[in-house]
Design a protein around this ligand. Structure first.
Ligand code: 5AD
Length: 372
């Protein structure tokens, strides 16, 4: 690790901020030593806020229909080979009930931009879930909608919303999307989500086609400034029926490096070790947690649809990637010194490490998952 990298890492840890060129330098000077140093600092920050708790979210993929045509995504509208499905309200409630019974207290309803999931229908699904399980958080991840729709869902009880910004560099955003989509609209949606009161999640793919260190630096600066409560970072993985079928996937190393950097920028952020990370490495989830992540989102969709929600090739949906594998996930987290908790896992509002770098005392939330 060169001198500049070392200084940038220390500065990032102290200030939670770097100039744009600093981020770019850091991202383009990956080395195992730099990754190790970032990881150590990220773990200190994360532990001070969340202890050794890992939060779980039950992920329910409600629809593979999508009106968009993002060039990298297997669910893109023009992919005719994609088998489409949408869950009924009862199927969704059934999966929520099954998840509740095994310890999930946050449910993520995720899907393509499927207008059959109308404003009223989603509002009614959310309010039913909250009525049945008032102790649970509901997270939505249903793409770009208008502000009134976001507000109606929030009024119905939705707590959080995930909408990756995908690329903060607007010219680069355009290369990944058709011309009817824009980075400006995406960012405006994120602002609407925040304004109507959601805990808001942004994020981007690591190693996406054509992505440079300067693009990633812009993403990090955006994260620093917008301060999302959640941040989804996973490797890009090619899908065979997209134009990027033969592009290289993002790497575990680069993804973990960026997870650590994001943890240093936002010590309280809820940061998942994503399914994509678990899909490119059998120990991806653990490696993500060890780099500073603190959330895992096992798949709680009905098993017959999991194959169909194919955003990218070889998406993991069994074993520890599935809700049924919770016990296994729990023991694997135990092996690396962490514990899964039964808890809504809300974003912490306070970072107990003060500016002098001293720990005031950890906030440790939740009951451990006992016998799932
Ligand atoms: N590889 C990895 N992640 C992808 N996404 C879409 N396509 C891919 C892919 N090929 C991510 C995007 C999107 C989320 C639903 O999944 O970031 O926001």
């Amino acid at each position: 690790m060169d001198q500049t990298t070392r200084q940038l890492i220390d500065r990032l840890d102290a200030d939670r901020s770097l100039p744009l060129e600093g981020y770019e330098y850091l991202v383009s000077h990956y080395s195992p030593m730099a990754a190790k140093r970032l990881e150590q600092l990220a773990v200190v920050r994360r532990k001070a806020v969340y202890g050794n708790s890992v939060f779980i979210r039950g992920l329910i993929e409600v629809s593979s229909f999508c009106r968009n045509d993002c060039y990298y995504c297997g669910l893109r509208r023009s992919n005719e080979a994609c088998e489409r499905y949408r869950l009924s309200d009862d199927e969704i409630f059934d999966r929520v009930g099954a998840g509740y019974a095994i310890g999930f207290r946050t449910f993520v309803l995720q899907g393509g931009e499927d207008m059959r999931f109308s404003r009223d229908r989603v509002a009614s699904i959310v309010s039913s879930i909250k009525e049945r399980h008032p102790d649970c958080a509901v997270t939505l991840s249903l793409g770009e909608r208008d502000r009134d729709t976001y507000a109606a869902w929030r009024d119905a009880g939705a707590d959080r919303y995930l909408l990756r910004h995908e690329a903060a560099d607007l010219a680069y955003y355009e290369t990944l999307h058709p011309s009817n989509m824009s980075g400006e609209t995406r960012l405006a949606c994120l602002q609407d989500l925040r304004d109507v009161g959601y805990a808001t999640g942004a994020g981007f793919m690591v190693g996406a086609p054509g992505q440079t260190s300067a693009h990633v630096a812009a993403d990090l600066k955006f994260i620093e400034e917008f301060k999302p409560e959640m941040c989804g970072l996973g490797p890009f993985i090619p899908h065979h029926s997209t134009r990027y079928a033969h592009d290289a996937a993002g790497t575990v190393e680069q993804t973990c490096f960026l997870l650590s950097i994001v943890r240093l920028i936002l010590p309280t952020v809820l940061l998942p070790a994503t399914t994509a990370l678990g899909s490119i490495d059998p120990r991806g989830r653990e490696r993500g947690i060890l780099a500073g992540a603190n959330v895992v989102m096992p798949n709680l969709s009905p098993s017959d649809v999991r194959e169909k929600y194919a955003i990218y090739d070889n998406k993991a949906h069994t074993g520890v990637e599935s809700a049924e594998g919770l016990e296994d996930l729990n023991s694997r987290m135990g092996e690396i010194g962490y514990r899964i908790v039964v808890d809504r896992g809300d974003p912490a509002t306070e970072d107990p490490i003060n500016d002098a770098g001293e720990t005031k005392g950890a906030i440790v939330a939740g009951d451990p998952v006992a016998a799932v």
